[in-house]
Design a protein around this ligand. Structure first.
Ligand SMILES: [Fe+2]
Ligand SMILES: [Fe+2]
Length: 145
């Protein structure tokens, strides 16, 4: 059964919050490096489906261009931080910066955009189906690479 778009995006948020906790409790450097890669991949995939599918639908339904642009700006900040991870001398610091930005952004989505989206009568089930399909497609492509 198709889940609604917000439920899917929130499941991503929870998964990544969990990964940040795993990173913090991981003992050895190899485990941390692996978790850092998983975090960056999950965040990249999540931002992609939001930008391709959810954000445009939100903007079309609500006309809230300002909220959209603010969210895109925060995505860009996280992408810039992710881009620096491979060459980071201090991986813990790099992941901590990504975590702070991400938790802030997720909180804003929850209180702002998602609340407004629910109130707008958007087709959340249809969008959820599109998000799930696109997510699986790209995840497969990454696995195959
Ligand atoms: Fe986002
Ligand atoms: Fe999000």
């Amino acid at each position: 059964m198709a889940q609604d778009a917000i439920a899917l995006l929130e499941a991503d948020h929870h998964r990544v919050e969990e990964l940040f906790r795993d990173y913090k409790s991981a003992g050895d450097p190899a485990a941390r490096l692996h978790l850092a890669q998983v975090i960056c991949m999950e965040l990249t995939l999540h931002a992609m489906v939001e930008e391709e599918i959810f954000y445009p639908a939100f903007a079309a339904a609500t006309g809230d261009q300002q909220m959209l642009e603010h969210a895109l700006k925060e995505h860009q900040e996280v992408k810039d931080l992710i881009a620096r991870v491979p060459s980071a001398e201090n991986l813990d610091g790099a992941i901590e910066a990504i975590k702070q930005h991400t938790l802030h952004h997720v909180e804003e989505e929850r209180r702002g955009m998602f609340a407004k989206a629910r109130a707008s009568g958007m087709e959340l089930a249809t969008l959820g189906g599109r998000i799930a399909t696109r997510r699986a497609e790209v995840a497969d492509a990454i696995q195959a690479a």
